[in-house]
Ligand binder design. Structure first.
Ligand code: HEM
Length: 403
């Protein structure tokens, strides 16, 4: 890649392997003015130190109303970004409102509550592996342990069993956000808007001991508006589903690329946790953190930014910054380094402990149940989501030995 021409930041080559482009940006344009569809543009931050500073900065606002006119005019957010019943959640607000919303939802993710979900995660995973293990091949992304994250979110929210298949099918459309599916997002969003509203009505009529029940209680006592209740439920679905699926796919791929690691993990399960952390650094499931807008004129990495100019922090690029990590492109489960894969600062991922638990359960089950695991397609044939947000595989075909 030449030193003068910025590399393309979209298209099949970038989706398949974005790392060379990010390397170029870290070296030549670490706070890069990136063109976006619809005439908009954004600052893309790729160095670890700058990324961490932006994420920690309370003057980098999350409220989309703080974005400048060009950004708002290009309607860069997804189609649901303009619905109060789906967007009044912690990820789109700042300051006291953020603290209030985060506190109510955070109760669902304490280590104690997460422990109570382990049993449910193990049961769902065992059922899936019963199905998978009966064959000698599978797709670890599509047949995946994938129903696992959505099943857990349904448990947390209290979605009744009879609605779960439909909930799952609709959630896949929202999360995919591949260009060809954008049209379907509108109608699917209508469905969630309506469905979550009905769940809230049910909790208002009859209180329940689940997160939605807690949120509805907070509404009854005046701490949350009704829009904030439905928006929080919707956020958990959007934030906690495909991210966890992508983490699992990216982790299995890292292990299949280096079978010696797979065997080491099979023998030494204490390495499963560190391998999950290493995947969050090396193949961060979220390519970029969510939009931020400076409250006032500021500088990032020596570059001047005006108030309201949109900023994206590349978690994927920051995770491979050689200024921060030795041999940054190497997967080393024993590295023991922190990372930005769950973000940093006030908006640090609420579901981090839950995602770690789900990944541990899924990886251990696959190691237990699928001996001789190997890729069933050349790595260059694997397809990645064409997305500015996600960094995850469409499919991960594998073979394994049957007893
Ligand atoms: C491997 C899986 C996951 C990854 C990689 C991930 C990553 C992240 C990141 C990077 C952020 C910060 C975004 C920013 O500052 O712009 C975030 C925020 C958030 N995540 Fe996760 N997440 C995962 C799983 C989950 C799960 C399972 C849930 C809940 C069910 C969840 C709920 C949230 C919420 C609610 C926020 C917003 C927090 C706030 O704004 O204060 N995440 N996540």
């Amino acid at each position: 890649m030449s030193a003068s021409a910025p590399p393309p930041l979209h298209g099949p080559a970038f989706d398949a392997d974005p790392h060379p482009a990010y390397r170029w940006l870290r070296e030549h344009s670490p706070v890069h003015r990136m063109e976006l569809p619809g005439g908009a543009w954004a600052w893309l931050v790729t160095r670890h130190e700058d990324a961490r500073a932006v994420l920690a900065d309370p003057d980098m606002l999350k409220d989309p109303a703080r974005g400048n006119e060009v950004w708002r005019g290009a309607r860069m957010g997804l189609p649901f970004d303009h619905r109060p019943s789906l967007v009044r959640s912690m990820v789109n607000v700042d300051g006291d409102d953020h603290t209030r919303l985060r506190k109510v939802a955070g109760g669902a993710f304490t280590p104690r509550r997460v422990r109570t979900l382990v049993e449910s995660a193990e049961r769902v995973t065992a059922g899936l592996l019963d199905r998978i293990a009966a064959s000698s091949e599978a797709d670890l992304v599509r047949d995946r342990p994938s129903p696992l994250p959505i099943a857990i979110i349904c448990d947390i929210l209290g979605v009744p069993p009879e609605d779960r298949a439909e909930f799952h099918r609709r959630a896949a459309v929202i999360d995919a956000s591949a260009p060809e599916e954008i049209a379907a997002i509108g109608t699917t969003t209508d469905w969630f808007d309506d469905y979550l509203g009905r769940l809230v009505d049910a909790r208002l009529a009859e209180p329940a001991d689940d997160l939605l029940g807690d949120l509805v209680e907070a509404h009854r006592s005046g701490h949350l508006t009704r829009d904030e209740v439905t928006s929080t439920a919707f956020l958990l679905l959007v934030a906690g589903h495909e991210t966890t699926v992508a983490l699992l796919g990216n982790l299995f791929l890292s292990l299949l690329r280096a079978p010696e690691h797979l065997e080491r993990l099979r023998r030494d399960r204490d390495l499963v946790g560190p391998a999950i952390e290493e995947t969050l650094r090396l193949e961060s499931p979220l390519q970029n953190a969510t939009w931020r807008f400076p409250r006032t004129a500021t500088t990032v990495g020596g570059v001047a930014l005006e108030a309201g100019e949109p900023v994206l922090v590349s978690l994927l690029a920051a995770g491979r910054d050689p200024e921060r990590y030795d041999d940054p492109d190497v997967f080393d489960p024993e590295r023991g380094e922190s990372h930005l894969g769950f973000g940093h600062g006030a908006h640090y991922c609420v579901g981090a402990q839950l995602a770690r638990m789900e990944a541990r359960v899924a990886v251990n089950a696959v190691l237990d149940r699928l001996p001789g695991l190997r890729l069933a397609a050349p790595e260059e044939d694997l397809r990645w989501w064409p997305s500015m947000i996600m960094h995850g595989l469409f499919a991960l075909p594998v073979r394994f030995d049957t007893p």
